[in-house]
Ligand binder design. Structure first.
Ligand SMILES: O=C(O)C1=C[C@@H](OP(=O)(O)O)[C@@H](O)[C@H](O)C1
Ligand SMILES: C=C(OP(=O)(O)O)C(=O)O
Length: 451
């Protein structure tokens, strides 16, 4: 097997290959958080006046949201690396369809915001996004009085103009999805009355925190069990707000996982967001015996942030509780790779949402691990990885099908850094959707990934 490119009629697919080398060491900075980056652009574009953003993640998913904000009428300018200026305006129906590429967050949040603005817009995405469910957003929006055309609950979708304002509703979230919750809250800006969202299972709360920072009044209250109610009056407008985007814990996970499985490694990832609804992976890794420390802990813009230090560790398999899934939902692919290097079984449950991500992540991870000689089995909402332990924990020597999924691509390149034989992935292009500098970053701490 060799690093190679495969050519179709008009595209060249890069096939990076990751090979075991020496230990990993050094310090890197986490790229900007993807969830907060999308929201900082959308909320700034809704606020009348100028907002400055620093640390914005300049990855394809977020750049698609920036382009959509321009198409809707906002002025969106880049002043320098990660430094953006947005001047919000009254949104206008765009002439062309808004294209969101691979981004579920972008398309779902902007659908909600367009509905709240009462304008008409069409939405589309790439082959992966066209396969993902949009009914979960359209259903509550329709309850609020939105009219929309869709293709059996999938993209392309058109939200129709609505001059009468949206209805006040009470919605119970059917899936633990921050994207659905956020779409409803953004639509609620155009409601005449109070909107109440019941989330039985807590998921990331960046929209609630950031709406408050942009001057919107909303309140949260426990539902008496594990969830909460979010209550917000419609008809509120946003005030401009400057946002410093913290580092993404989902992207930081790759260098940290690499340090844990490559012998003698010691790596620091600086500036990582530690919002408690995002840190399930780190809790899980510690329970597996990982030597992970949070250094220089601080609060930046109301969010907990730290530098995370990870050293090579002897890991053991554990049961990861289903209730933890929303706080680490994007981290199961990389956790599964780490689990293949641990001693014993890691049982992950409550994973039904992984079936509707950029790929069916349960299937992609299981197939990739099995191709690398690891022991993985799955059911409808669970995945079990039985790690061989020690070094090397996995044979490797496979070409991994990434299925248009950036997290599958990055997870298996990390696996290749510690496997007996190199691991090649069939397509690197999707990595740019969330972490364009991934390969350079991993190589800067001693990784051996050839493009
Ligand atoms: O709201 C967000 O920014 C996100 C929510 C999650 O999706 P779901 O809402 O579909 O769980 C997550 O997987 C995605 O990467 C980002
Ligand atoms: C699921 C993800 O993103 P999105 O839903 O925005 O496509 C992800 O980044 O892993």
């Amino acid at each position: 097997m060799s690093a190679s490119t495969s050519k179709s009629s008009d595209t060249v697919t890069r096939r990076p290959i990751a090979t075991k080398g020496g230990s990993l060491s050094g310090t890197v900075t986490a790229p900007g958080d993807k969830s907060i980056s999308h929201r900082s652009l959308i909320l700034s574009a809704l606020a009348k006046g100028e907002s400055a953003i620093t640390g914005l993640l300049e990855a394809d998913d977020v750049l698609r949201t920036a382009a959509s904000m321009r198409a809707l009428g906002a002025s969106v300018e880049r002043d320098g690396p990660g430094k953006w200026r947005v001047i919000g305006e009254q949104w206008q129906s765009p002439e062309k369809s808004l294209y969101f590429g691979n981004s579920g967050t972008g398309v779902r949040l902007v659908m909600g915001a367009v509905a709240g603005a009462g304008i008409r817009a069409s939405f589309d995405g790439d082959i992966s996004l066209r396969g993902r469910p949009m009914g979960r957003v359209l259903e509550p929006l329709r309850m609020m009085g939105v009219e929309a055309d869709d293709r059996e609950g999938r993209l392309p979708v058109t939200i129709k103009e609505n001059g009468n304002g949206l209805r006040a509703v009470e919605v119970k979230l059917a899936s633990a999805s921050a994207q659905v919750k956020s779409a409803i809250l953004l639509a609620a800006l155009g409601a005449s009355g109070t909107v109440r969202v019941h989330e039985p299972v807590l998921c990331r709360d960046h929209t609630e925190r950031m709406l408050s920072a942009f001057g919107v009044e909303l309140s949260t209250a426990s539902d008496g069990k594990d969830g909460r109610f979010i209550t917000m009056d419609g008809g509120q407008s946003l005030k401009p707000c400057d946002v410093n985007v913290p580092g993404d814990p989902s992207s930081a996970a790759f260098a940290i996982a690499a340090a844990l499985i490559v012998p003698h490694s010691d790596v620091v990832v600086k500036g990582v967001l530690l919002n408690p609804l995002r840190t399930g992976l780190y809790q899980t890794l510690r329970e597996m015996g990982a030597d992970i420390t949070f250094e220089n802990q601080r609060v930046e813009n109301g969010e907990d942030v730290a530098d995370i230090r990870a050293r090579h560790s002897v890991l053991r398999g554990i049961e990861v509780p289903a209730a933890r899934a929303p706080s680490m939902i994007d981290e199961y692919p990389i956790l599964s790779v780490v689990a293949a290097f641990a001693h014993g079984e890691t049982m992950m449950t409550g994973l039904e949402e992984l079936r509707v991500k950029e790929s069916d992540r349960i299937a992609s991870v299981e197939a990739g691990l099995v191709a690398c000689g690891a022991d993985a089995v799955s059911g409808p909402d669970w995945l079990k990885v039985s790690g061989a332990g020690g070094t090397p924990g996995m044979i490797g020597g496979a070409l991994i099908k990434t299925n248009h999924d950036h997290r599958i691509a990055m997870s298996f390149l990390v696996a290749g850094l510690a496997s007996e034989q190199p691991i090649e992935i069939d397509d690197a292009s999707m990595i740019a959707t969330s972490f364009p500098d991934f390969i350079d970053q991993i190589n800067s701490i001693g990784g051996n990934i050839k493009q």
